[in-house]
Design a protein around this ligand. Structure first.
Ligand SMILES: *Cc1c(COP(=O)(O)O)cnc(C)c1O
Length: 225
């Protein structure tokens, strides 16, 4: 099936309130153009170099796309990230949030939408805040005091598994945390997006309350590298 057909098939299966972010790591510019041509307006980047390249190769078209940083963000790469990204999904500490906040004024952006990344499986090899409400709430409160950031949601990767059904309890847990956080109505935040679910797990994630899914291989086919 073509990229366009893959997208159509996924769109037909998901509710209209769910945003699809095309995860384009390792894809070439033709593939990126094809998915934009098929109607995608949200692109997820994992790597600075790939993001910069796609952004420049797309030219004017890039202005109509929202670029999300979905990969681990190193502090020394923040300026480069802000040059092409409109949203950072992977804020995993107050230190990182402060570093991003201090650099936003030097980009041409006003307030940068950010999500807190939650390490929902409590895995030692993954970044993200531990799935513990008080800890997440405290980070959210601190981020809300940073004038150049606008906290809008939570994001998670979830443990790697052969059986996506095994992710259901993790997704359910994060949805509970998300709802609790939203209910706090922390000033200067707008907790509205729950970014969870990838190609193998998006259906389960949506059943458990996700409203943003990040899809790579389900759109473009298996990664070659
Ligand atoms: C690669 C990636 C995805 C998409 O993964 P697929 O299994 O190819 O759909 C989603 N989120 C993040 C953070 C990724 O790195």
């Amino acid at each position: 099936m073509s990229i366009k057909e893959n997208l159509k098939k996924i769109q037909d299966q998901i509710p209209g309130n769910v945003t699809i972010v095309a995860a384009v790591k390792s894809r070439n510019i033709e593939e990126v153009r094809e998915i934009i041509d098929a109607g995608i307006t949200n692109i997820g980047e994992n790597y600075i170099q790939e993001g910069e390249l796609a952004y420049s190769q797309l030219g004017d078209l890039a202005q109509s796309i929202r670029f999300h940083m979905i990969g681990h963000l190193q502090t020394n790469k923040i300026n480069k990230t802000l040059a092409f990204c409109d949203l950072i999904q992977t804020v995993d500490s107050l230190k990182k949030a402060r570093a991003i906040n201090s650099r936003v004024p030097y980009s041409n952006k006003l307030r940068l939408p950010v999500f807190i990344e939650v390490n929902i499986g409590n895995e030692s090899n993954k970044s993200g805040v531990l799935p513990e409400f008080t800890q997440i709430e405290n980070l959210a409160i601190e981020i809300s005091k940073l004038n150049n950031l606008h906290l809008q949601g939570l994001m998670t990767m979830g443990p790697v598994t052969e059986n996506p059904e095994s992710l259901r309890p993790y997704f359910r847990h994060l949805k509970i945390i998300f709802d609790q956080l939203k209910a706090k109505h922390i000033p200067n935040t707008d907790i509205k997006t729950l970014s969870m679910g990838m190609s193998a797990s998006y259906k389960i994630a949506i059943e458990e309350g996700s409203n943003m899914v990040r899809i790579g291989s389900g759109l473009f086919g298996p990664r070659k590298r």
